[in-house]
Design a protein around this ligand. Structure first.
Ligand SMILES: NC(=O)c1ccc[n+]([C@@H]2O[C@H](COP(=O)([O-])OP(=O)(O)OC[C@H]3O[C@@H](n4cnc5c(N)ncnc54)[C@H](O)[C@@H]3O)[C@@H](O)[C@H]2O)c1
Length: 284
């Protein structure tokens, strides 16, 4: 018997809705929570569209599609998130996440595991004020969650080994590859990936080449997406916050310095695909 059967997800944006789809496809019950009704409605539409497209490709039968859809509940009520594992996927801001965890400690049982999908904040810092920090960890999915196979299982200083083992087993049930990493800024993937974005932004700022050219060149060398296309997919707000966190955590290490060009994109709300405009324009 698996003791983990119900996944709660706070935040139904790019990552939350993708993670919801992953667990529903793996046969688990999912409750997806957000503070914005329109975000939940958008998540529902995007998940249904993604499942429809899998069915059209013959990867899911009509019965499977109906079952998966039926496993996901959408809610604006935090008290409905009584679950075995709560996954937090809200804005990449420490106070926002801390406030959310404090709120959910009132709702969750003493056995529940709580995880953050943070890309760059310290898992240990996020767990510090909690009543059960040994049942707190990072579970870092990549975008798009239903497609990307790797998941970083981040072990904070206070995380119990048993929590890590349960999360590794949980990720394996979805068919993805869990990799256990220590709590270090950017973990492995986002630290290694930082220069991919920051050097590309510097090239564009110095007008060495235009963004289309840089993207085309990177694709020609074998990357699936160029850096500007990928920043637009990730969301410039998220990508910029991650660079800021990593820059601060490494005491202002110059190679991680956030870019002015991307900061302006964030200020203009040109966040990428999710707002219809970023480095490129997207028809909604
Ligand atoms: N976008 C990526 O490529 C990516 C990849 C890996 C990890 N992450 C991480 O995942 C997290 C979420 O990123 P995203 O891109 O999905 O963000 P997003 O902006 O697409 O979605 C965030 C959602 O959280 C909701 N929200 C905000 N405050 C809330 C609260 N208090 N309670 C419930 N819902 C709330 C918002 O309404 C929104 O729907 C961040 O920590 C980010 O670093 C993002």
């Amino acid at each position: 018997m698996n003791s983990i059967n119900h996944i709660g997800i706070a935040g139904s944006g790019t990552m939350g809705r993708g993670i919801a789809q992953v667990f529903a496809q793996a046969g688990l019950a999912v409750t997806l929570y957000d503070v914005l009704p329109e975000a939940l409605e958008n998540a529902r539409q995007q998940i249904e569209q993604a499942l429809k497209s899998l069915a059209e490709k013959g990867k899911l039968s009509p019965e499977q599609t109906t079952e998966i859809t039926g496993r996901i509940r959408y809610t604006l009520a935090p008290e409905e998130l009584k679950c075995d594992v709560l996954i937090e996927a809200v804005a990449e801001l420490l106070p926002v996440k801390q406030q959310l965890f404090a709120q959910f400690e009132q709702v969750l049982s003493n056995e529940s595991i709580v995880v953050t999908n943070t890309s760059s904040l310290s898992v240990t810092a996020l767990s510090a004020g909690l009543r059960h920090p040994h049942r707190f960890a990072g579970l870092h999915f990549f975008n798009p969650a239903p497609v990307m196979k790797l998941v970083e299982v981040v072990r904070g200083e206070l995380t119990a080994p048993e929590t890590v083992q349960k999360l590794v087993a949980l990720v394996s049930r979805t068919g993805k590859h869990p990799v256990v990493v220590a709590d270090s800024p950017g973990f492995i993937v986002n630290r290694v990936a930082r220069p991919f974005y920051t050097e590309a932004l510097k090239l564009a700022e110095e007008q060495v080449a235009g963004i289309e050219t840089i993207d085309r060149l990177m694709r020609a060398t074998g990357f699936r997406m160029g850096p500007f296309e990928l920043m637009d997919l990730i969301g410039n707000d998220i990508n910029y916050s991650v660079t800021q966190s990593v820059f601060q955590a490494f005491s202002g290490e110059p190679r991680f310095r956030p870019s002015r060009m991307q900061e302006l994109k964030v200020k203009a709300r040109h966040l990428g695909r999710k707002t219809g405009k970023g480095f490129y324009n997207y028809d909604k």
